[in-house]
Design a protein around this ligand. Structure first.
Ligand SMILES: Nc1ncnc2c1ncn2[C@@H]1O[C@H](COP(=O)(O)OP(=O)(O)OP(=O)(O)O)[C@@H](O)[C@H]1O
Ligand SMILES: [Mg+2]
Length: 348
């Protein structure tokens, strides 16, 4: 991707370039994230989808600089509001987390301390980043945020412990905590996966509303194509540690430019339901300690050709669209592929 964005009137909140993260495990080097580049603009929601193990969470952990051992970011650049995060001291990074950059994870219990009243925890999230450190000021903000995420009786509820809330309520509290200091970017990794469907829809609606009100950017990692259709402006599709396609949401659903996306969408019954899980496609994911040479999707791709033995770049294949596929890069579409498949079927 060139550094000249097509939206050069506006600076991205987040600019990731060439991000490469590996785990130096006893059994081998896991190539978890390879040469990942993307931008996120103010007020925009970028979805990241892809099958299990494709590197979505490690991408999020890398941006937050929370990659667990034996993992390490080995190359790349991550700029938040123009600041290179990979150059920051641990202490500076800690200050950015929770202030300009916040995180909502799948399990609200890991984000909340079970032994402390939630009001206290929310106050701390504010105080640790405020200039004055005032308790009074923090409590005002805590109540404001609890009310914003739909928790009535904020005064009273602030004195409760995490276990006194339902799963959906706890996730609302984690979202309140993430919004506490009005970050410019929030990263949400499967924020609704642990919740039942009705509650999922409510939490998604809430996030949508808060994002709009605060013109916040969001990176949303999810297995749920219904959530993607509902919330995202653009989507990056990951496969085996790489972005294989990136497109505005409508265009992705209408005209996928990578065979992996094509295969996913093809087996999808409907994208309107909030609980439409990412389908699994045939074949097994590659061994990430020894990623395939050439196109990483080659072994599972119905359109693979000799040229696919070479590794394709993520290239521009249309207005604001990128795909890592030789076939679409030369201008062919999968309408042709559909016919090819049918022909193959007839022959066998
Ligand atoms: N702590 C770790 N040690 C070794 N390998 C790891 C570790 N964490 C992740 N990995 C590996 O990195 C790769 C990417 O994992 P990641 O968690 O990012 O996948 P994901 O796309 O988030 O999957 P899921 O949809 O299941 O959450 C996988 O091969 C995974 O096994
Ligand atoms: Mg994950």
């Amino acid at each position: 991707m060139s550094d000249d964005s097509e939206r050069n009137d506006e600076q991205p909140v987040l600019r990731v370039r060439g991000l490469t993260t590996r785990f130096f495990a006893s059994f081998g080097i896991v190539h978890a994230v390879s040469d990942v580049s993307f931008d996120v603009y103010p007020g925009e929601t970028l979805g990241i989808v892809g099958e299990s193990g494709s590197g979505k969470s490690v991408t999020a952990q890398s941006i937050l600089r929370l990659v667990p051992k034996p993992g390490r970011i080995v190359a790349g650049s991550i700029k938040l509001d123009g600041v290179e995060l990979l150059d920051l001291e641990a202490e500076e990074m800690r200050r950015i987390r929770g202030r300009t950059l916040s995180m909502v994870s799948q399990n609200p219990l890991t984000a909340l301390n079970p032994a402390l009243r939630i009001g206290w925890q929310l106050d701390e999230a504010h105080r640790s980043h405020s200039k004055t450190g005032s308790k009074k000021e923090a409590r005002v903000r805590t109540k404001e945020m609890l009310t914003a995420v739909g928790i009535a009786d904020a005064d009273e509820r602030a004195n409760s412990y995490p276990y006194e809330y339902s799963g959906g309520m706890r996730q609302r509290i984690v979202i309140a905590m993430g919004m506490m200091n009005e970050p410019s970017l929030m990263i949400a990794d499967e924020p609704t996966t642990a919740l039942d469907v009705t509650i999922q829809a409510q939490v998604i609606e809430l996030m949508k509303q808060l994002i709009e009100e605060h013109n916040m950017a969001l990176v949303l990692i999810t297995h749920n194509m219904g959530v993607v259709a509902n919330m995202c402006d653009r989507v990056a599709v990951m496969y085996a540690g790489e972005i294989v396609e990136e497109a505005p949401i409508d265009e992705l659903f209408e005209d996928p430019k990578h065979p992996y996306t094509w295969a996913l969408l093809r087996s999808l019954p409907s994208i309107t339901e909030i609980d439409t899980e990412l389908p699994t496609i045939s074949g097994s994911p590659p061994d990430m300690t020894d990623p395939p040479s050439g196109c990483r999707f080659r072994a599972r791709c119905p359109f693979a050709e000799a040229v696919c033995e070479e590794h394709p770049d993520l290239d521009i294949v249309g207005d604001r669209r990128r795909a890592r596929c030789w076939v679409t890069q030369r201008g062919d579409s999968f309408a042709r592929g559909d016919e090819l498949l049918i022909d193959k079927g007839k022959q066998s």
